[in-house]
Design a protein around this ligand. Structure first.
Ligand SMILES: O=P(O)(O)O[C@H]1O[C@H](CO)[C@@H](O)[C@H]1O
Ligand SMILES: O=c1cc[nH]c(=O)[nH]1
Length: 253
């Protein structure tokens, strides 16, 4: 495959059908090398690092990189489907927009408000961006079993980290009028968090007919400040990874 840098022939006689998909290539590497056995690097093409390995129960699984944002994710997901992947769990990071959702916890997305241009090339704007219910319940069950603080609800997926998430402490302090107050509006709509991939992933799942779910580590608390809390990022990410791995290891998907 041109972008992900590997093909079905690189996946052996019993190829994986599930992928854990991270925006950050370093997270894909961390998941593979911390939790999987017999790990093999498949490709580092364009920084879209992909690894294949085995869960303790012998199940093969892929750890792949989406890159940041929906255009890159849409290419990677399309190619992953072409090599036989049928279940994708996004293991991401996000910013909480609700006061009770603290940094360090995780958000499991039931659906997404999809404000993403790439998704409009794949499905009408009104098309639902819904997570797979079975995979999502499995994530919740995993977080419960691991006693990880978790929240289930709607995620806002947008195309920009700064303007689209109403950040003004950046190179561009001037927001479009249509974006001023959008976070408060989303709070009233009971949206839990901001990130940049789930909406397009979920719409692709509906159109391409595969199962998608997402668990994101909360690394900023937007009711308090705009910045990322680096001191708690590692624990938050570990919580999201552990939840995804527990789900993959205990599910029959
Ligand atoms: O940590 P990842 O998975 O990249 O996810 C989040 O982090 C990036 C922005 O910092 C965006 O991709 C956003 O969705
Ligand atoms: O605030 C945040 C944190 C991570 N990723 C996002 O998109 N936003």
């Amino acid at each position: 495959m041109y972008h992900i840098g590997f093909g079905v022939n690189d996946l052996g006689v019993s190829p994986p059908t599930m992928a854990l998909l991270s925006g950050d290539p370093e997270r894909a590497r961390l998941i593979a090398h911390t939790y999987l056995q017999d790990v093999r690097l498949l490709s580092e093409n364009r920084g879209l690092n992909s690894y294949m390995g085995y869960l303790p129960n012998g199940r093969p699984i892929l750890c792949a990189t989406s890159g940041m944002g929906a255009p890159s994710l849409s290419i990677v997901v399309n190619e992953l489907l072409q090599v036989g992947i049928r279940q994708i769990i996004r293991v991401g990071t996000c910013g909480s927009i609700q006061p009770h959702i603290a940094v360090g916890s995780i958000v499991i997305s039931s659906a997404a408000l999809c404000r993403q241009g790439a998704a409009n090339d794949i499905a009408p704007v009104e098309y639902p961006a819904a997570a797979d219910p079975f995979l999502t319940v499995a994530l919740v069950k995993a977080a419960q079993e691991l006693k990880i603080e978790h929240y289930l609800g709607i995620t806002a997926s947008v195309d920009t980290f700064f303007e689209g998430q109403e950040r003004t402490d950046s190179a561009n302090p001037y927001l479009l009028r249509s974006l001023v107050g959008i976070t408060e509006e989303y709070q009233h709509l009971h949206i839990l968090n901001y990130e940049m991939e789930c909406g397009t992933l979920f719409k692709m799942a509906g159109v391409y007919q595969f199962a998608a779910a997402a668990v994101c580590a909360v690394i900023s608390q937007r009711t308090v400040a705009e910045n990322i809390i680096l001191t708690q990022k590692d624990i938050a990410v570990q919580n999201a990874i552990a939840t995804a791995i527990h789900t993959a290891a205990n599910s029959v998907f």
